[in-house]
Design a protein around this ligand. Sequence first.
Ligand SMILES: [Zn+2]
Length: 156
Amino acid sequence: MAKVESFSLDHDAVKAPYVRIAGAEEGPNGDRITKFDLRFVQPNQAAIPTSALHTMEHLIAAYIRDYMDNVIDVSPMGCRTGFYMICWGERTVAEAADAITKTLEDIMKSTWDDVQGTERQQCGNYRDHSLWGAQAYAQEILAQGFSLDAFERQFS
Ligand SMILES: [Zn+2]
């Protein structure tokens, strides 16, 4: 059975919100990818409600590529404490933290008309969205800021 990087992280030792590199891999043709742990709330102390997380997911998908090139995917964690982001290339925590910060700032300015993919045909659970919830959590996260170190609050 594969040993999963995320399960070796001490979730009690981290100090959210933070950005961390959760993995960097090279494919058979030499292409490299970087996987980020974008932690929004403190593990085992808080969790973002599904509706807010779901709307954040739709908005992050739309906005983050304005600030970060070569993003492959941003997906919510099952524990609802943050997102994983996978990008092409060798990337830094600082650029990812900057991109997710600007993305949350865009979420704060969004109206319901800005949320893409909310019709039944476009989403697997179109009834389960909350822009109000997404903005309430984004505001709290922005007030704390994304640390560039998972274990010590550090911003440069
Ligand atoms: Zn959806």
